[in-house]
Design a binder for this molecule. Structure first.
Ligand code: ATP
Ligand code: MN
Length: 464
């Protein structure tokens, strides 16, 4: 008899007892004696396992040996109410099919309680742990919620290019994309590499941000967002930086900096609420295992207004504090992670949005303020993370933008397409970039960004 496969999640919620069911998954644990065996099966649909009960008096002993931790099974049997502690239902097995056993001598996930560092070395198998199951289910839920939020708010999902010809974005060091033979690079007369012979007939890189292209979309579709991979070749070996990370970049026509901040706050609160409502079991697991204040912190962020301050206020607070910082604080220098976390964790004790940064430390496209010194940038700073969002109102006045491009030595000619948006029907507009993995760090309570992306790319590391 062929019975339709059910997910563990469905069966655990089912009250249709004494009916035949089928479940497929991987063995987490096994306990047995001469009469009876209990096998816990997980299929990734939930953090919880379903217990399969096997009558040993009629089960083939040699076959039973193949049912090991990590082995994959199909179990057909009857769903019954469980008398055991910790579960409400279990399956009385009638038929067990083994797809693949896992040798106890070599399967690395025998015992529980591996360190996160060790699990990074077996990233191909770490999905099978409770921790990474929870993290990647939450990661999925957040990606879904992001699309839902924007769709419900009249935004269009715009696919901006991954390979880009512009190296002027200024957001970070870039990875080259080329089909040239590295051993015989064509040179032009002045001795420089002749990129006209390269695949695209010009120098190209992996994108560091989809913003410039998103701006083009916003000046016709009004509200757009990108959600794709971005690449930064900076050698920053920190728990918050990846060389390949995913970024969400909404861009809105007719939004000023205040509208931009309102959107960022509403968006983040929506996403965190979504996780609290839809990822309960996984969050409770992470809360108990790693971070006893996780759920409390998530609720706190949802329920409290973010503080909004000027960069200049931030500098004053930092210079007046008696905290010792590794990096000096002075007006004009960028806020380091330690400064950001002081403002959020010690001073305001809630998320902080900082605006009006000195123009020297921010990108060329940011809207210049009347004072001639600052730009309408806004960063959202979160507890334990520091910067989670970076955004700004964009400079929409052609002359001001060109002047700034010249001042910063950015090749104006290459930016012709970007500049034309300011020539033809220019509008005030704003946007921001949310680092997807920084969001997942915050929502899961994890401390290292390598643990919230399936296959992290960091300096000297691109295994798997
Ligand atoms: P940071 O100062 O933390 O290095 P940034 O100012 O260079 O970040 P932006 O260019 O403003 O970053 O990018 C927008 C957002 O993308 C950041 O607020 C952050 O959430 C995320 N982000 C930036 N760089 C990385 C990275 N290397 N790995 C993961 N996320 C990143
Ligand atoms: Mn930034």
């Amino acid at each position: 008899m062929d019975i339709k496969r059910s997910f563990v999640k469905q069966l655990l919620q089912s009250t249709e007892f004494n009916k035949p069911v089928n479940v497929k998954g991987w063995v987490r644990t096994k306990r047995d004696n001469k009469q009876i065996a209990f096998v816990a099966i997980n299929d990734g649909s939930t953090i919880n396992n379903i217990q399969v009960v096997i009558d040993m008096t009629s089960f083939d002993e040699n076959k039973f040996k193949l049912i090991t931790t990590g082995s994959s099974l199909s179990v057909t049997g009857t769903l019954v109410q469980s008398m055991g502690k910790g579960q409400t239902v279990e399956i009385q097995a009638k038929e067990v099919e083994i797809y693949g056993t896992a040798d106890p001598e070599t399967y690395p996930l025998q015992k529980k309680g591996h360190t996160l560092e060790f699990l990074r070395e077996i990233a191909h198998l770490r999905f099978r742990t409770n921790t990474f199951g929870a993290i990647f289910r939450i990661r999925h839920a957040m990606a879904f919620a992001i699309h839902k939020y924007f769709n419900d708010h009249g935004f269009y999902y715009l696919h901006t290019p991954i390979v880009t010809g512009s190296d002027a974005e200024g957001a970070g060091e870039m990875f080259h994309v080329t089909t040239l033979d590295m051993h015989k690079l064509p040179k032009s007369e002045d001795g420089k590499i002749d990129f006209s012979q390269d695949f695209f007939g010009r120098e190209t890189n992996l994108t560091v941000s989809g913003q410039l292209e998103a701006e083009l979309g916003a000046t016709a579709l009004s509200n757009v967002y990108t959600f794709g991979p971005t690449f930064r070749a900076e050698n920053s070996n920190t728990p918050r930086h990846l060389a390949e990370f995913w970024m969400i970049e909404p861009e809105m026509a007719f939004y000023d900096i205040t509208d931009d901040m309102d959107l960022a706050e509403d968006f983040l609160k929506y996403l965190i609420s979504y996780a609290l409502e839809n990822c309960k079991d996984d969050l409770e697991f992470l809360n108990n295992m790693y971070d006893k204040e996780l759920i409390e912190r998530l609720n706190f962020v949802v329920n409290n207004k973010f503080e909004r301050i000027d960069y200049t206020d931030a500098i004053n607070i930092l210079t007046q504090s008696d905290q010792k910082f590794e990096y000096p604080v002075k007006w004009g220098s960028d806020l380091q992670s330690e400064h950001e976390r002081y403002l959020v964790e010690k001073y305001y004790k809630k998320p902080v949005m900082v605006t009006n940064y000195p123009k020297e430390i921010k990108a060329f496209y940011m809207k210049q303020n009347e004072d001639g010194k600052t730009v309408r940038a806004m960063d959202v700073l979160f507890p334990r993370i520091g910067e989670i969002i970076g955004g700004s109102q964009r400079e929409e006045v052609y002359d001001k933008l060109v002047t700034r491009i010249k001042e910063m030595g950015i090749p104006e000619k290459e930016m012709w397409w970007y500049l034309e948006t300011r020539k033809f029907g220019t509008v005030p507009h704003s946007g921001f970039g949310l680092g997807f993995e920084r969001l997942i760090l915050f929502v899961t309570g994890m401390l290292n960004i390598r643990d919230v992306i399936p296959f992290p790319r960091t300096p000297k590391n691109a295994e798997f």
